[in-house]
Design a protein around this ligand. Structure first.
Ligand SMILES: Nc1ncnc2c1ncn2[C@@H]1O[C@H](COP(=O)(O)OP(=O)(O)OP(=O)(O)O)[C@@H](O)[C@H]1O
Length: 544
């Protein structure tokens, strides 16, 4: 570089002799803080920013007029303040916004053509914050996603307070904010006001991470963006949103304070089981929970499931999704109808008539509320999960899956690994969509005796017990001695609560169930009866 040999006007457009030319014909401008090589000054190359300073542009600015942007509700004065004009670009009507560096030198322009077609003139634009040259520091600065929102927020505050825009929407957040961290440190608060959509929220998280050393606040709007609010006349609400901007907090963290309203509501009782004693001990079934049932073979797991879903559709009026992976849909439908009609429609010659079957199966409560999965041999969890998500989108919240063990076959992973994956995924699915999943699991052989002859069911006998034990909200076991000499004993099932995550109190509770061959129904042998509550208000239930 060497000595300054003369002074000249800078290409940044400053007319004074701010550009010092050195012996090697390179130069430095004290106005725009830019270094220019000899080639740049002789017009052969663009400025080298690595040597410090910003890249003053040599673009030929597009001209235009400052007018009232009627469709947006933006006044001409606001446009003038930010250099936002209406003119023509390449023969098309265009909105043109000047982009200046912090010294006020024009470095480029943003052009908005019809149909959200944006053009950028000038290289440094993507690293700048539009409008930043207007504000050197202060209490707070708002950063918007685009120029129109910037103009909107400035205008609703009387064009008195700092508002700047990302140069190229949310995709420019990294460069524009990363390049202006020092500038933003001149403000006590940085308020982010990006669009209220997924990309906007992601950009907030990205910006907040870069602005960790700054005091970051985030605006929340009832509409998609500030200009939408201005167009709807929600000016006061918009100004209020500026003042109500909240400190940035990553998703997933909530203060107790923000939960107070929810917490003080009465605790809700879940959906009833068909077994009153079970409802009493579990406080019902809650959205987001997964229940696992284990028993030996032929013990009545599917039967119990079928009775529960018949209760759901008939008594609770709730739709159900049925995933019986080892039973045909026709047989499953007959069994569900049987539970509703108290007839064993799946067994011939048990005293039911064809008319009864037809009448039952055509009941609106049944035909409209039961959706069965026709597996065609498909037992992959990922496919079944998609069907569950689809049904959830149609309003089905109660699902019955018989059985988990079938879902773990056919995977490249070991059965244990696959069971762990599927079980964890089920729990996430239930939580995410607020579903209730009832899942049957097979058992390993007990150390002593046999399940089919009444051996006790324990948690560790469930196939995939580690994962099930971890993710299940409740685990239940069914025990019955199918070989007992006494007929009543053969039919009596001990329903055992093995795990209770909700209160911990029900674990160890057993309920004796009898089985009526005529109706094909399970029933509690000693039903728990609630003391009379006729004078009390009804307990709140999950709106489900
Ligand atoms: N307590 C009971 N007493 C007598 N029979 C019962 C009892 N519970 C269910 N059953 C009958 O036993 C048969 C087998 O029941 P279910 O298919 O429900 O058993 P499961 O445990 O699901 O069998 P699997 O291990 O084969 O899946 C059914 O016909 C059912 O109606």
């Amino acid at each position: 570089m060497g000595e300054c040999v003369r002074k000249e006007p800078c290409p940044c457009g400053d007319s004074s002799d701010a550009l010092q030319i050195y012996e090697d014909e390179s130069g430095f401008c004290f106005k725009c803080d830019s270094y220019f090589s000899e080639e740049e000054l002789s017009g052969q190359a663009s400025p080298d920013k690595s040597k410090g300073g910003s890249a003053a542009s040599t673009i030929t600015p597009i001209q235009g007029d400052y007018i009232f942007l009627e469709a947006r509700g933006i006044q001409a004065d606001t446009c003038r303040k930010y250099g936002y004009r209406v003119g023509f670009y390449e023969g098309q009507p265009a909105q043109i916004c000047d982009v200046k560096d912090l010294n006020g030198n024009l470095i480029g322009q943003k052009i908005r053509l019809k149909g959200k077609d944006f053009r950028t003139l000038g290289k440094g634009v993507v690293e700048s914050l539009i409008g930043a040259h207007l504000f050197s520091g202060g209490k707070k600065i708002i950063i918007t996603e685009g120029e129109i929102d910037m103009l909107t927020l400035s205008q609703v505050q009387g064009n008195k307070y700092p508002v700047v825009s990302l140069p190229n929407g949310v995709k420019s957040v990294k460069k524009a904010i990363g390049n202006n961290l020092q500038y933003l440190a001149n403000f006590e608060e940085v308020v982010l006001c990006f669009d209220m959509d997924e990309p906007g929220r992601e950009a907030v998280a990205e910006a907040a991470l870069m602005l960790m050393d700054h005091n970051v606040r985030v605006m929340n709007l009832p509409e998609k963006d500030p200009n939408e609010m201005l167009k709807k006349g929600l000016v006061q609400e918009l100004v209020r949103a500026v003042w109500n901007a909240e400190p940035y907090r990553p998703d997933g963290l909530v203060t107790l304070d923000s939960l107070v309203e929810e917490v003080i509501k009465p605790v809700e009782i879940g959906l009833d089981w068909f077994l009153p004693t079970l409802t009493k001990h579990t406080y019902g079934r809650r959205p987001g929970e997964v229940y696992f049932f284990g028993a030996g073979t032929g013990m009545g797991k599917t039967d119990l499931f079928t009775q529960q879903m018949a209760f759901d559709v008939e008594t609770l009026n709730k739709p159900v999704g049925v995933f019986y992976l080892e039973m045909g849909t026709v047989e499953a439908a007959r069994r569900i109808a049987g539970k509703v009609a108290k007839k064993t429609f799946h067994i011939p010659d048990t005293g039911w008539t064809q008319e009864e079957l037809v009448e039952t199966i055509r009941q609106p409560s049944l035909k409209n509320r039961v959706t069965l999965f026709d597996s065609f041999g498909v037992t992959e969890w990922d496919s079944i999960k998609q069907h569950i998500i689809y049904l959830a989108s149609q309003g089905v919240k109660l699902f019955y899956i018989d059985h988990l063990t079938a879902l773990a076959t056919g995977s490249e992973k070991s059965e244990k690994e696959e069971l762990e994956r599927v079980t964890a995924d089920m729990a996430m699915l239930a939580k995410r969509y607020g579903l209730i999943l009832h899942v049957i699991s097979h058992l390993t052989t007990p150390e002593h005796g046999s399940h089919e002859e009444g051996a006790r069911v324990t948690i560790r006998q469930f196939k995939g017990s580690r994962a099930i034990g971890f993710w299940a909200h409740f685990m239940f076991g069914l025990e019955r001695n199918q070989q007992a000499a006494d007929e009543e004993e053969r039919q009596t099932t001990t329903f055992r609560i093995l795990k209770d995550r909700y209160t911990g109190r029900a674990a160890g509770v057993t309920i004796k169930l009898g089985y009526d061959f005529e109706t094909g129904l399970l029933y509690e042998q000693e039903t728990f009866t609630e003391p009379s509550t006729s004078t009390e208000e009804e307990e709140p239930r999950y709106a489900f």
